[in-house]
Design a protein around this ligand. Sequence first.
Ligand code: FE2
Ligand code: FE2
Length: 324
Amino acid sequence: MPQTRAPGSTEDPAMTAAFEARIAAGESIEPKDWMPERYRRQLVRMMSQHAHSEVVGMLPEANWITRAPSLRRKVGLLAKVQDEAGHGLYIYCGAETLGVDRAELVQQLLDGRAKYSSIFNYPTLSWADIGVIGWLVDGAAIVNQTVLAKASYGPYARAMIRICKEENFHKRQGYEIVSTLAAGTPAQKAMVQDAVNRWWWPSLMMFGPSDTESPNSAELLRWKVKRKSNDELRQRFVNLTVPQAIAVALTLPDPALRHDEATDAWISGPIDWDEFHEVVRGNGPCNRERLQARRAAHDEGTWVREAASAYAARQRAKQATAAA
Ligand SMILES: [Fe+2]
Ligand SMILES: [Fe+2]
């Protein structure tokens, strides 16, 4: 168990100063190290939301596994969706090193008390959505997660290094679908353009509101849990993605999008934050459907968890007998 204090206890200023000095020196914080309770709680919140997002993120795409247009596409999509389950597992395991129980974190998701990424509350209406999700949603995740791979908490950072390698494959398979459709028949091109029109703005919202509106951001940046602001990451994503859209002759649904010569940056128009807040509040197109699907999967998986626990108990008993 990590040596953290009970929630609400007063922190020792000398311990906190030593902790902050370690962070400032670029040291990695490990599970058994002393850490301020607030640091621990912020990480539990971030890591559990991240793990939930990986798992809920399987749902919109799993919806298309049975309808993939070819064996090759089906194999790729199956592998990707399985990877996302693995990402959820790595990050839940990472969160457990902070002294929380995974079952409790999952229960918070099922009860609707925990958040997950707003993007997964949008529907996947056509096969082109699968390409566009890989390109834009996994592309945005890479930008976020590449920076999290340098987060000060060791288990989180290490999970991100492995996850980012898989996300790169997700993005490539998505962009390949997009470029194939974009070079296809007029109907295929219209289908992929429609998917881009629907996913572009929600992808930009994935980075969250401007940090000036987030009370947690300054502290998370100081503690090097976050290494870049939401706006910086969003800008990096836009700069990377606009040339990729141009390369396959797709239009991004932003009439205000312009290239700034001085900074060589692509500047997007205003984001509709009202839509974002509505989705976060539970009123997106698929919030209810997603939670219902997770609850059903959890119930149907009860026997698997029970069987795994019974097997583990039997193994422990065997080892104890052998050691006696
Ligand atoms: Fe993932
Ligand atoms: Fe992914």
